[in-house]
Design a protein around this ligand. Structure first.
Ligand code: HEM
Ligand SMILES: *[C@@H]1O[C@H](CO)[C@@H](O)[C@H](O)[C@H]1NC(C)=O
Ligand SMILES: *[C@@H]1O[C@H](CO)[C@@H](O)[C@H](O)[C@H]1NC(C)=O
Ligand SMILES: *[C@@H]1O[C@H](CO)[C@@H](O)[C@H](O)[C@H]1NC(C)=O
Length: 497
């Protein structure tokens, strides 16, 4: 009797699941959008722990060669957009309707869920508005001394390693540099990871970089199956770094409040937020403040370090491009009588900026932009996207599409020179996203990259180390969605004089 009952219950459960799957599987066919049939559990998300998500996005676009593709990420239908016009509408013109991301950090991890990368509107706009001003041009110009001295210290570290016959692992070194820059300029924490290879803040960023299975699973869940985050209590940041930030941010904030100190940085903005209230009259919690500091570090240090890593690695393998860049820099320096290049000089160097852009075109750290529609949204005359359907703008796909970037696998900074921009299609190049939810640290990151790149190229030559992989042979991290190398990368450094 009991057995029969169990069998009946189990069979009807299976039948329900099967019927649901059949219905869900028709989602894109019903709407006339190109797609492949989904796996019942993974959907089309077969890169899960097997392939880097950015590379998967690129391959998806290569396979379909269509401006709009329908996929299932696990059980969730997602529209993948590689059409710059549609991208522009979603990111900018109709951004009011796409203010949130699909990814979500749940409620079990307060610091992870409250940062401006994961948090939903209206809290998002409330916080973003109060933080944006710390990234204005004047604030960035004031970073000249810091960026310049840390870039020089980075070169010293390379020369020192060389004198000790030590191979410098470039991503680690560049992460030392970016951790110092963010720590000092945003939190007012003096840090010397570049000089010593370590610091309290570097211990935190080193934890961020550790991708074991659990953290990999946490991130996949936060980005691609957010409904599971609270069930498994996944967290955005490692526990230890959350504790570190809770303690140090609150200590610094208290210290500044009681002593009326100002440092013109992110923490000042947080102190002001603490004095104000949210638009709905609620107070900003300590966790909410700590969350903003944590996400700036997490979102900024590795993206910038990895961007620099790929650029330096490509330059080592492209000596002509390296020499062209050296010429531009040395001439700019000569025209100033040998004085250091400053913020405005660096901003104007067209080849330097083309090299950085080409690096972020070929290797965008975040290869897709995540939005979710708040209403039924008409994509075109025949396709309307139901409310709450996620959209991924396929940055990686567009960056590697020959109709936007001929010979996309070639590292060719010339394509970004002003004189070659006549064929440039707006919104086909989006390494920092676009619109109100774009990267808040875009100019900060660009400056951080420019200062170090120029100092490096002026001081040392890069060459491939014998036996090291070619850029096309580099493997990518599979336990994390962002585009980063899976193994350490090094180049040979040869002092210029
Ligand atoms: C080369 C370096 C960097 C790259 C390629 C990069 C890329 C991105 C991208 C693609 C997004 C999503 C934008 C969108 O959805 O439209 C983003 C968001 C964000 N980035 Fe960056 N980023 C970099 C550096 C930084 C730095 C240095 C900081 C902080 C100092 C930072 C802080 C953030 C934050 C807080 C967000 C979330 C913004 C929001 O949702 O309002 N990023 N970044
Ligand atoms: C709308 O987009 C879908 C998917 O790309 C396409 O099949 C359809 O032809 C488009 N409709 C119009 C009217 O352009
Ligand atoms: C580095 O290697 C060179 C050549 O092999 C050797 O002469 C030198 O003593 C080494 N330096 C150190 C600090 O080990
Ligand atoms: C940077 O140097 C240029 C000269 O190359 C000078 O005109 C300019 O005022 C300097 N800018 C800053 C912000 O120091």
């Amino acid at each position: 009797m009991l057995v029969t009952l169990l069998v009946v219950v189990f069979a009807s459960l299976l039948a329900t699941l099967y019927i649901q799957h059949r219905k869900n599987s028709r989602f894109w066919a019903d709407r006339g959008v190109p797609h492949s049939p989904p796996h019942p559990l993974l959907g089309n998300f077969d890169c899960f722990f097997k392939q880097n998500v950015g590379i998967w996005m690129r391959d998806l676009h290569e396979k379909f060669q269509a401006p709009l593709i329908g996929i299932w990420v696990f059980r969730q239908p997602v529209l993948v957009v590689a059409d710059p016009e549609v991208a522009k509408r979603i990111l900018v013109s109709d951004s009011e309707l796409f203010r949130n991301r699909y990814l979500a950090s749940g409620k079990s991890d307060p610091v992870g869920g409250l940062n401006i990368f994961t948090i939903k509107d209206p809290t998002w706009s409330n916080i973003r508005r109060r933080i944006t001003y710390i990234f204005t041009g004047a604030k960035l110009k004031a970073m000249h001394g810091l960026l310049s001295s840390k870039s020089k210290a980075t070169v010293d570290r390379i020369l020192q390693d060389k004198a000790n016959n030590k191979t410098t692992e470039i991503r680690t070194l560049f992460a030392d540099y970016t951790t110092d820059i963010i720590g000092t300029s945003l939190f007012g924490m003096q840090n010397d990871a570049v000089g010593t290879g370590d610091s309290p803040l570097r211990a935190v960023t080193r934890d961020f970089m550790k991708f074991d299975w659990f953290r990999g699973l946490s991130f996949y869940s936060i980005f691609f199956w957010p409904a599971l985050v609270d069930i498994f209590r996944f967290s955005f940041f490692p526990r230890k770094s959350v504790d570190f930030f809770r303690k140090s941010v609150n200590t610094i904030i208290e210290h500044r409040t009681t002593n009326n100190l100002e440092n013109n940085d992110l923490l000042d903005a947080l102190v002001k937020m603490k004095k104000d209230k949210l638009d709905d009259g609620q107070e900003f919690s300590d966790d909410l403040l700590a969350a903003q500091a944590t996400v700036m570090l997490q979102g900024g240090f590795d993206t910038t370090a990895v961007g620099l890593t790929f650029v330096v690695y490509e330059l080592a393998h492209n000596p002509k491009i390296q020499e062209k860049l050296y010429k531009e820099l040395i001439e700019a320096k000569k025209s100033k009588g040998g004085a250091d290049l400053n913020f405005s000089d660096l901003e104007k160097l067209t080849y330097l900026n083309s090299v950085s852009k080409e690096g972020l075109r070929k290797y965008p750290p975040m290869g897709w932009l995540d939005r979710i529609s708040s209403v039924d949204y008409k994509i075109n005359d025949t396709l309307t996207l139901p409310a709450n359907t996620p959209v991924y703008i396929n940055a990686m796909g567009m960056h590697h599409d020959p109709q936007f970037f001929p010979e996309p696998h070639k590292f060719d900074p010339d394509r970004f020179l002003p004189e070659n921009q006549q064929n440039f299609v707006p919104f086909s190049f989006v390494p920092f996203g676009e619109g109100p939810r774009m990267c808040i640290g875009k100019r900060f990151a660009q400056m951080t990259m420019r200062y170090l790149l120029s100092e490096l190229v002026l001081s040392v030559q890069f060459r491939p180390l014998p036996g090291s992989p070619k850029p096309s042979e580099v493997n990518y991290e599979t336990k994390f969605a962002f585009l980063m190398p899976e193994h350490p990368l090094s180049v040979e450094f040869i002092p210029r004089n």
